[in-house]
Design a protein. Structure first.
Length: 68
């Protein structure tokens, strides 16, 4: 038997003149919302805009889909 996983990636757009400011209240709310649905956060990374500023933050989740 083998466990199968399903994955979900969600984007958070940063704000600010040059980007890089993340709304952590919204971010935490979404993480907790997905956690209640059984999703586990497995990775989180940002995308570079310019001069090291973050344009978007990507959160990747997984949850067990079933057993094959």
């Amino acid at each position: 038997m083998m466990v199968c996983w399903e994955y979900k990636a969600i984007e958070f757009t940063t704000r600010g003149w040059s980007g890089g400011i993340l709304n952590t209240v919204e971010f935490n709310h979404k993480l907790n919302e997905y956690g209640k649905e059984g999703w586990e956060l497995v990775n989180c990374f940002d995308t570079n805009q310019t001069n090291g500023a973050s344009r978007k933050v990507i959160a990747v989740f997984k949850r067990e889909k079933g057993v094959v």
